[in-house]
Design a protein around this ligand. Structure first.
Ligand SMILES: [Zn+2]
Length: 345
């Protein structure tokens, strides 16, 4: 956390020394032999490394139902490695680890030498750590939340508000929206990772309407025709036709959704059993989502949203208002097949 810089001990005033954990400075003084830290140091002159503070944090863990369970979860493993007293329950989900100063999960500082108890408190009293621009723009608050996610089952589809809407919601109901900031999000894959992000090109959606009659039936002929015809007109027509199709799906009766899903699941399962590849209609994904959330309308969202598969190190960016859903993280080599499946503000 922060940069290392070299400073001559004489240049370190008692005031500036107060900004650094004393044990750190002391240990550097006692460990380093004068003259060994670098060229240009005269005999007898002591040079010490001064660090911007590094202190261990005890991060908040969120046990949402979609998280991987017990020590199968990277989140649980990180928790256990940072806090020797942490008890990991093998039957409980460990979905998210939050490293930040969010009002609902301010990381605790695990260091008796630091007077502040949480990262949020520390930042409030050490505003320069944010840099001058961020300090002004975000009123002295850390403007991001770093999370580690470990995904067992798909998350619900969401779209984050833009700054204007976030401020409005926070003003109207701060108990539900404690954060007035918008939440552009970036997900970086640690393992192979699957997610839905943004609307597919209209041509792809039209192809699914053709190949998946169960999907077309829920959207209805009128909305589907409107979408088909919009392709030849201006982008505004496309947007409005797309909106109409999506809301038709979302407003479908629960019973109708469950019925159409059953028909589709049966059809795909039969084809798969007969050895046919159903990738053209995301067969395998649909079966998996239906198994996780039987009868759920979200299963059909795969025909509206882009399906992204990230390799470790690849990332996806989700700006405000872009619909997205994290679906699954990749299995690690040491995970038994079938034991677990494997996910920003
Ligand atoms: Zn999100």
């Amino acid at each position: 956390m922060g940069t290392l810089r070299l400073a001559e001990e004489r240049g370190l005033t008692p005031q500036s020394a107060n900004h650094f954990p004393l044990h750190l400075i002391r240990s550097l003084r006692s460990d380093q032999t004068p003259g060994t830290l670098g060229p240009g140091l005269k005999q007898g002159q002591e040079l010490i490394l001064v660090c911007t503070p590094v202190f261990p944090l005890s991060c908040v863990v969120q046990q949402y139902a979609w998280g991987k369970k017990g020590s199968n979860s990277e989140v649980a493993r990180l928790l256990a490695s940072s806090d020797p007293l942490a008890q990991i329950s093998e039957d409980k989900p460990y979905a998210e680890l939050w490293m930040g100063a969010h009002p609902r999960g301010d990381a605790k500082i695990f260091d008796n030498h630091v007077s502040q108890k949480t990262l949020g408190q520390w930042i409030a009293e050490n505003q320069d750590c944010l840099g001058s621009k961020v300090k002004v723009a975000f009123k002295g608050k850390l403007p991001f939340l770093f999370k580690v996610l470990s995904v067992e089952t798909a998350l619900s589809i969401q779209a984050h508000p833009n700054k204007e809407l976030a401020e409005k919601l926070h003003f109207q109901a701060p108990q539900h929206y404690p954060d007035a900031n918008h939440k552009p999000e970036m997900a970086i894959a640690l393992t192979s990772f699957q997610g839905l992000c943004g609307f597919r090109p209209v041509e792809e959606i039209l192809t699914f309407l053709k190949k998946v009659p169960e999907f077309q039936l829920l959207i209805g002929d009128d909305a589907a025709t409107q979408l088909r015809q919009s392709v030849r007109s201006d982008p505004q027509m496309v947007t409005s036709a797309l909106r109409s199709c999506f809301s038709h799906l979302m407003k479908s009766e629960k019973k109708a959704v469950a019925e159409q899903l059953n028909v589709l699941v049966k059809r795909i399962s039969q084809q798969v059993s007969a050895g046919n590849n159903m990738d053209d209609i995301c067969g395998e994904l649909l079966l998996r989502l239906h198994q996780q959330y039987p009868g759920d309308i979200g299963c059909f969202a795969i025909y509206f949203l882009n399906l992204l598969i990230l390799k470790p190190g690849e990332a996806m960016f989700l700006e405000a208002s872009v619909p997205h859903a994290y679906l699954e993280g990749g299995k690690k080599k040491n995970e038994k097949k079938g034991s677990a499946r494997r996910n920003p503000f």
